[in-house]
Design a binder for this molecule. Sequence first.
Ligand code: NAP
Length: 247
Amino acid sequence: MTVLLLGGTGEARALASLLVQRGVPVLSSLAGAVREPRLPDGQVRIGGFGGVDGLVDTLREEEIGCVVDATHPFAARISTNAARAAHAAGVPLLRLVRPGWDEHPDAARWTWVDDLAAAGRAAAGGGGTVLLTTGRHGLAQLRDELDEVPVIARVVDAPEEPVPAGWQVLRSRGPHTLESERDLLRDNGIRVLVSKDSGGAMTAAKLAAAAELGVEVVMVRRPAEPAGVDRVAEVSEAVAWVVRHDG
Ligand code: NAP
């Protein structure tokens, strides 16, 4: 039976490789949000399923034996859809999600907020430039509060909508080194860094650089995970779960 792996993260790619090495048939699914995505090993499909019903159809048509939802911690809609569809189709579902940064040594010094609009309010005022590292899709929610503020918006793909005149779009795909993050913050006089609580090591260098340079951090809390879904944090645990459920 094929494993459906809902992806778009480094963990999903790592899991796909390990499962393919073991000879497990894997169908990875990507949203198609990034123009040139890093493709995982094994079979790949790209694009939305068409909501819960479409995902249920895919589970049946592709004869999916189990699903691993390894999507990003902020991709709340697909995780909710996966929980509903797996339940409806009677297919086992595992959530693989990396730990957040709430245990990070500097976490108590950051300003934690519930959403992007609140992040915009927290970052506005006080002079200096704001660095946004929250992705291009959320820029619209930040622009109202930061319209008059000098902003560098770091994104992988260019935003679809025009940004305010005082904003600079910096196209760059991580991972970034501590040295390059330090240079970015210092050379641009960054006063506040806005980040999502994505967790993991790949995007953590910016937080270390901010601590070194005394840059304020505004951190957006994660959305809630769907209830009643088995959850692991490590790729190796997901491999073990698939081996138990596959076939
Ligand atoms: P989202 O809001 O949870 O999902 C929006 C819609 O995109 C879903 O309803 C689904 O469409 C489709 N979709 C999302 N992930 C999919 C997947 N892996 N395969 C097929 N369809 C998918 O997600 P998002 O925040 O826009 O993120 C999109 C993708 O980018 C995710 O797969 C996530 O892992 C990755 N990503 C997100 C972030 C982030 O900060 N949000 C960061 C890095 C990577 P249908 O309803 O039509 O099925």
